[in-house]
Design a binder for this molecule. Sequence first.
Ligand SMILES: Cc1cc2nc3c(=O)[nH]c(=O)nc-3n(C[C@H](O)[C@H](O)[C@H](O)COP(=O)(O)O)c2cc1C
Length: 182
Amino acid sequence: MSQSIIVVYSSKSGFTKKYAEWIAKELNCEVLENKKLTLENIKGYHTIICGGGLYAGGIAGVNLIKKNYEALKDKNLIVFATGATPPRKDDIDKVWEHNFSMEQREHIKCFYMRGGFDYSKLNRGNKILMSLMKKKLEKDAKEKGTSAEDDVTGMLMAFDKPADFTDKKNIEELIQCVRNFG
Ligand SMILES: Cc1cc2nc3c(=O)[nH]c(=O)nc-3n(C[C@H](O)[C@H](O)[C@H](O)COP(=O)(O)O)c2cc1C
């Protein structure tokens, strides 16, 4: 492949990192953690792939692309988000709408890859947030009643036992998209 490609990722509990490393290996390109990266670190690449976990609907680290969009809009831009929720089109479309302007959505290729949930790997702040969410989920489940298959039950179970839905197959569409750039 003649183009220069970089993968940057933000990952609090490791799910996005795993996908980022799979993608970089498949494309034989550089991968960097998106901690203190600036426009200077990425502007030399033709294709920029930015991944981040979903946190209350926001994509971690995506500001690197959004903040520098004017300087980057002539590049091939790809964003991938990982989350605990199953990949339902309506829910995922809302994520892109929430995170990007209409112009950005037309230009940036977006992919969702299911990550997982690991309570033990969260920092203190996120543990507190998730404990509050757990209480709410338990209350809702008690009021409405839930079945073993639904999302609420799945989410509650994940507090006791880490859930990992990562699957290398989920990178295929993104890889194909990059290959189509030529
Ligand atoms: C505080 C908090 C908020 C979250 N919000 C969402 C969310 O809005 N949608 C979703 O699908 N997953 C959500 N999750 C689950 C994470 O997105 C999921 O664990 C993701 O794979 C984390 O990726 P990372 O480990 O690479 O950061 C949330 C997790 C935490 C701790």
